[in-house]
Design a protein around this ligand. Structure first.
Ligand code: PMP
Length: 476
């Protein structure tokens, strides 16, 4: 459903604009066009009787990029990069490579860019996404243009915007608690009811989800007054804080329930690349594409109900702030519109930096890099597990995390870890996170703590657990 404006448009700039129609309105039903233009965004309001659809258009930087070279643009609010103090850059990459910004690239890197992301980065990621998840082609596929992806400023921005797009005050939202505190922080101000779906060391429990959903009749979820949840949020791999990963079987069951109740699933998967269990399997294969990792919700999505958030934070850099939203095109379009109205786009500089690196690595080089990152975190996890065995066996219990960077421990005989962790451990110079911050009701007593094995050395981890064991014994 793409329409190109021609006849009704006097200004030649507008004739370049392709309007993605967000609803199912066809171009024949459009009876009038009204233009708004501010400094940066060009938007068109399509009016047709009762229809009023705000369409996402190209931002000004994209308009300029798509214009023929003969076009003299006096429209732009983009600053002139010749006035910027930076000329060029050369960034050393480990293993001998260099990312180089010559003067022309530097000008691009310092300029506004497309709200959905730098085109070459988006294309690279779409290819990777297709190789990794290969979404089924039955009725919903990238080939048919029904799927899309955009770059976000970390996956946090993607999540936040997806929630703001989908959640209304009073909505019931399902999530596997304990869950990422950043998700709770993003959802709470939206005035929704957060409903916990119990989970264990293998993530969300489908039978528990079924039980939670049994208060609604699947045949009535489309009634206007239905309170049935429209979205389910989950961290399928290396959950934060639990380190739990869902099995493929569980994912299939959860997906079927989402179909039955017509829910969207928000698959927040920043630890996807940090899966330890399968590492041996694909380290030995000569080419690691496609991944032999656990199938994702995206990979089983036959009808466009998955919105997936990915992140480069854990594997390339958290400070670069690069994440991705992948999902049904109409929804991704709206995320892009929101980006256009808020941050305009993720930093052009960091996107180009990452794009250059990925292009010079190729997919194979990228996956080799992931191999090294996984190896690092697997050793760290093993070091933490052996220190936990050494010091905490009598006072705590845990499951070995199969992905991610966290160990989630239940302290025996400690009803609530808040005071122990926040006050006493701090006095002994050990930083841990009390489990309550990951709970929907953060004030309820919680016997859990989260320990990250990402930053400290095995020696520091050992010393920290020694101090923690003394503290727990004291408290008991
Ligand atoms: N989701 C989860 C589960 C996380 O743990 C984090 C970071 N801690 C994020 C999203 C946000 O990550 P980023 O914005 O850096 O991509």
């Amino acid at each position: 459903t793409q329409v190109t404006c021609r006849n009704s448009l006097k200004n030649p700039l507008w004739s370049l604009i392709e309007i993605p129609i967000i609803s199912s309105v066809t171009c024949q039903t459009v009876t009038g066009l009204i233009f708004f233009q501010n400094d940066f965004c060009a938007r068109i309001l399509l009016l047709e009787l009762k229809w009023c659809v705000l369409c996402l258009l190209l931002n000004e930087a994209e308009l300029q990029q798509r214009s023929p070279p003969s076009m003299i643009s006096l429209a732009g609010g983009s600053p002139n990069p010749n006035t910027f103090p930076f000329l060029s850059a050369s960034i050393q990459v480990k293993n001998g490579r260099t990312v180089t910004f010559d003067e022309a690239t530097m000008k691009r890197a310092l300029q506004y860019s497309a709200s959905n992301g730098i085109p070459e980065l988006v294309t690279w990621m779409k290819n990777l996404q297709k190789n990794l998840h290969n979404p089924p082609t039955a009725s919903y596929s990238p080939e048919k243009g029904q799927m899309d992806m955009c770059v976000t400023t970390g996956s946090q921005e993607g999540l936040c915007k997806v929630f703001e797009m989908l959640v209304n005050p009073g909505d019931n939202v399902l999530l596997d608690a304990p869950t990422y505190s950043g998700t709770l922080t993003a959802l709470r101000p939206l005035g929704c009811n957060l409903i916990n779906v119990p989970s264990d060391q293998h993530g969300m429990i489908p039978a528990a989800l079924k039980k939670v959903l049994s208060r609604w009749d699947p045949s009535e979820v489309h009634k206007p007054d239905s309170t049935a949840p429209k979205i389910l949020y989950t961290i399928p791999n290396g959950g934060n804080p639990t380190g739990a990963s869902m099995t493929a079987e569980r994912k299939k069951e959860v997906y079927e329930l989402a179909r039955l109740y017509d829910m969207l699933i928000i698959e927040d998967d920043p630890y996807y690349f940090l899966q330890f269990e399968k590492v041996q399997r694909w380290l030995t294969s000569s080419v690691s594409v496609p991944f032999p990792w656990a199938p994702t919700f995206l990979s089983m999505d036959v009808d466009g109900r998955i919105i997936r958030t990915d992140s480069f934070s854990k594997i390339l850099s958290s400070g670069l702030r690069i994440g991705f939203v992948t999902g049904p095109k109409p929804l991704v379009d709206r995320v892009v519109l929101h980006i256009q109205a808020s941050t305009m786009h993720t930093s052009s500089f960091t996107q180009l930096m990452v794009s250059q690196l990925l292009h010079s690595w190729g997919q194979e080089g990228f996956l080799q890099h992931i191999d090294r990152v996984i190896e690092f975190y697997r050793k760290q996890r093993d070091a933490m597990l052996s220190s936990a065995d050494k010091w905490l066996k009598d006072v705590a219990e845990w499951h070995s995390p199969s992905a991610g960077m966290f160990l989630w421990m239940k302290l025996r005989g400690v009803a609530d870890t808040q005071q122990l962790i926040v006050e006493k451990a701090l006095e002994k110079e050990v930083l841990l996170v009390p489990g309550g911050v990951f709970m929907i009701n953060s004030s309820d007593p919680c016997p859990y703590v989260r320990a990250a094995f990402s930053l400290s050395t095995p020696e520091q981890i050992d010393e920290a657990f020694k101090r923690l064991s003394l503290l727990i014994k004291d408290a008991l």
